[in-house]
Structure formats: C-alpha cells, structure tokens
Design a protein around this ligand. Structure first.
Ligand code: C2O
Ligand code: CU
Ligand code: CU
Length: 515
C-alpha cells in the first residue's frame, strides 16, 4: 500500500492552523444581509416519540421555507417546511413507519446508522414511486446513538437531500439520566443539523453542480443550522448536549467555539464513548454524527464557527480550489446565548459513559481492499467538458444509462445489478480503504453495520473516533473492522459508498450482500 507524498491533511492543517485569530463573517447574499438574521431562533424540530402501537408518519413533500429573514422560497421537507422531525425510538421496540412520497419523482428513505436488515434499510432498491407509500417495520436493536434518515434513490440522492430531505433519529436506551447526560429534548439536548447552501438573487435555493462541483462535491457559500442562517439558541447556563449531524452534501466542518473553549465529545456515529473526550476543535464530515457537551456555565454568549474544509484544500490543482476556501477565515454557524434564568439540570461532566472493548481484530474472517477512483472517467471527458459549467450535471439528467458514472471503487462504477462483496452473517472483516489519486478527503460509509477504525494514515484513530462508527473520513488510507450482523440477500444488497453525495450519485458506491 503506497502512501501518497503530497501534503497530508494533518500537515495542511498545521500550516493553516495559525490563521484562526479573528472571526470573519461569511459573505451573505444581499437578500440575507438586508436584515441581520442572527436574531432568528434556532428551530427545534418537532420530536416524535415513536411507539409500537402507532405508525410514525413521514411525508416527503415540496413546500416553502424561510432560511433567513428574507421571503419563503421553494424547498422540500419531511412533514416540515425543510428537513424533518426528530424521531426518537427506544432500543428493543418495533416501530411501524409510514413513509409517504408526495414528490413527483421516485425516492427512498434510508435509515442511516440504523442496524436493520436490508429489506427495510431504504437503500436504492427500496424505491417508493411518486405518490406511493412505504410501510417498513423496524426493530431497534442497537446502543443509544444519534442517527438520521435521508433519501437514497439511484443517481438522485444529492439533489433530494440538498433540497431538504433529511431528519434525525435518536436511539434511546432510557439510561442517559443515570449517566449524568443532559436529556431534555430542545432544552439541554439539542439536535444541530449542519449544512451549507447556495442561494440565488431572490433567495431561492440553487443546486446546479458543474464538473468542478461534482469532482469536489457541491459546496455552498452560506451556512445553515436546522435550516436557518446563523441562528441563536437560548440555553441553560450549564452543560448542554449538542447532537451534531453533518447533513451537507459535501462539506466537512472544522468546528470550534469563537472563544476557543474546550468541549467534550461523548458519542460518535454508533454510540457513546467510554468517557468524555476533550477537544478544542472537531472535524465532522458529511453524514457523521458527534454528540458533544458544552459548558455554558459562565453565562457568556459564544459562537459555534467553522474553519475551511481542509479536505478540499492544498494539493488540489489551485485553479480548482474555490477562492473562499483559501481564505483561512472562520465562518459563523450559530450562536449560543445562555440564560441564567433557566435552571441547568446538569452542571458537571459525567466521568464514565459506556463500556467499550478494544476492537477484536482476531475476529476478522476476511480482509478486503478498496481503492477509490475519483477520476475514473476523466480521461474520456477532457478539459473542454470540464470547463462547461452546469451542462453535464444539471440536477435532472438521466443517471440510469451509466455514461456519467465517472467515479468508482476498485475500477468499477456503481451498478444496481452487480454485487461487489458478499460477507457472512455474524462475522467481521477488515476493510482497508485508500483514497487513490486526487488528494481529497472522502467520508466512506457502510450500511447496516458498524465498524471500529483500526488505523488512519498509518496511525491510530483519535480518541473521539475510536468508538463505533459508520462513516470514516478517509484522506489517504484507513483500516476498519466491520461487523455484519444484519442480513442482506443478493437481491436486496447493502451499500458502501462515499458520502459526498455527488460522488455517490456518480458511481463511487458498491453493493454488498450479507448471507
Ligand atoms: Cu447516509 Cu448510503 O447513506
Ligand atoms: Cu447509510
Ligand atoms: Cu468521495
């Protein structure tokens, strides 16, 4: 396995690490500047407490939404004007869902991070035709964790998620209070969905990826949290739990607080860590979840900000790096305003959270290698095509014929009718993944399974990445130990793919059966 000699992500970060002095506000489109939107309250999505007796209804619809102080614009939502409700399920329950597709196109609804069999996973084979209803029953059998749901139709995941179709799903085991974790939804336990958007002149949401956007993933110039630009959350002046979800199509956020206060990671994608891990910055890649505790006990207002996405920086051809990504400036995500009148339920960090064994490497029955091919079809396309913005990649072109499946894994673009890997139910395997080619970070995700990161770029994973996960941000090379405890017959396989949604839609995805 050869390791590339270009700047590693870490080196690149060290080079840019001194540039974080002052907060520079991101340029907002004019309609958003007209009235400062920093006053808008953080929207708290409706909480649905799922029960076995009654279906959870999720309606995928076209609607209108206000992202800032400007007018409402066309958007998509799940039983909401944008994004969806937070669905809270209890471990051990079986929950009936009723997913209504009120769009005028086919979709699916995938339970990202849920350890369920493939026939209810909502992958590209579980299609819901326009106007149809899908009614899966899902048995919850996994640790307390923060997961999410989003569409996954073949070739159309990026535009559908970008339009607003995504929601959070919390698995609870009822033990958070005993652990000393904040657990009052909307008060000290907050869903925080991070995204970026491009808005047009009249505030409309724009999704018109050109070739560059497909190669890098489509990134916006305006950050939104829970569907609002730069919102403010009133919080108790104590310890607050943020359930962070990166639901952006392509951008990794490099989070920190404006006063550089420490914060504490308590859970990753697949559940709790053994103990809180102190950090001052946290990279969260597309589709990753981290739960963090922040102490607002000093009563001061503070901003959650992000540095540029280093995975799209040095090493790329300079002409391909959007100028704003080179600036080194911090951008505002949202503000927290502690309210001393609100009594804080939790004022101390918990010491111990959950048991977590060392990864059982000897349990692996197979070792497979995967190499990403971000530029597989580039040779045929040529520079002429690359400089024609918007043409090739308009959101409605037909992906079905495969001629635009220009990315792949192990030399092959995604195909609905090809099984790439067959694993044995109840076993574990080591998957070794390398980035191949462009020095760019790819968040790699596996369906219906959790894994432990064994190594990243030849080193150990950071402490906050050492728990159960289903996304690994791959910049050069990683090895993960994956457990296959959910069945997926060859007719209804699971997916593994890059969660840069433009990469996924353009072929950087494979299928595996678990039998
Ligand atoms: Cu978040 Cu294959 O999905
Ligand atoms: Cu998934
Ligand atoms: Cu990718």
């Amino acid at each position: 396995m050869s390791i590339k000699t270009s700047l590693t992500r870490r080196q690149a970060l060290m080079l840019s690490g001194s540039a974080v002095a002052g907060l520079v506000a991101a340029p907002l489109p004019r309609w958003a500047q007209a009235a400062p939107s920093a006053g808008l309250a953080l929207p708290i999505p409706q909480l649905i407490e799922a029960r076995s007796s009654e279906p959870v209804v999720l309606t995928l619809q076209k609607t209108q939404h206000r992202f800032g102080s400007g007018p409402a614009v066309a958007s998509w939502g799940i039983s909401a004007s944008y994004l969806g409700p937070v669905v809270r399920v209890r471990n051990g329950d079986t929950i009936p869902f009723r997913v209504e597709n009120r769009l005028d196109e086919e979709t699916t609804l995938h339970w990202h991070g849920m350890l369920v069999p493939s026939h209810v996973d909502g992958g590209p084979h579980n299609t819901i035709k326009a106007g149809a209803v899908w009614s899966p029953e899902i048995t919850i059998k996994q640790p307390a964790s923060t997961n999410w749901f989003h569409p996954h139709p073949h070739g159309r995941t990026a535009p559908q998620v970008y339009s607003g179709l995504a929601g959070m799903m919390i698995v609870s085991d009822g033990a958070d209070r005993d652990r000393g974790l904040p657990a009052t939804y909307g008060v000290d336990d907050l869903p925080i969905v991070l995204q970026d958007k491009r808005f047009g002149r009249s505030g409309e949401v724009v999704y018109q990826p050109d070739m560059m956007d497909i190669m890098h993933g489509f990134q916006g110039d305006t950050l939104v949290v829970n569907g609002v630009i730069g919102p403010t959350a009133g919080v108790p002046a104590g310890i607050v739990r943020l359930r962070l979800l990166n639901a952006a199509n392509a951008r990794a956020f490099d989070l920190r607080f404006s006063d550089r206060r420490p914060f504490f990671v308590v859970a990753g994608d697949g559940g709790l860590l053994p103990e809180p891990v102190e950090v001052r910055r946290l990279v969260i890649a597309p589709a990753e979840r981290y739960e963090v505790l922040v102490d607002f006990g000093d009563g001061r207002s503070v901003d959650l900000v992000t540095a540029p996405d280093a995975g799209h920086g040095p090493g790329m051809m300079p002409m391909m790096v959007p100028r704003r990504r080179l600036a080194g400036s911090l951008e505002l995500l949202m503000r927290f305003r502690p309210d001393t009148a609100l009594k804080a339920a939790i004022t101390r960090l918990p010491k111990q959270l959950a048991a977590l064994a060392e990864p059982d490497v000897k349990s692996a029955v197979a070792w497979r290698t995967f190499e990403l091919n971000p530029m597989m079809g580039m040779g045929m396309m040529g520079m002429g095509t690359m400089s024609a913005p918007g043409r090739l990649a308009s959101a409605d072109h037909d992906h079905g014929d495969g001629h635009l499946q220009m990315m792949g894994i192990n030399g092959r673009a995604f195909a609905m009718d090809r099984i790439d890997v067959t694993a044995k139910l109840g076993t574990a395997e080591i998957w070794e993944i390398s980035a191949g080619g462009m020095p760019m970070a790819h968040p790699i995700h596996v369906h219906g399974a959790s894994f432990r990161i064994l190594s990243k770029n030849g080193g150990k994973p950071a402490a906050h990445e050492a728990g159960w996960k289903d996304v690994v941000l791959l910049d050069e090379h990683a090895e993960v130990l994956v457990r296959f405890d959910n069945p997926a017959p060859p007719k209804m396989p699971f997916m593994y793919h890059c969660h840069i949604l433009e990469h996924e839609d353009h072929g950087m995805m494979g299928q595996f059966a678990v039998v």
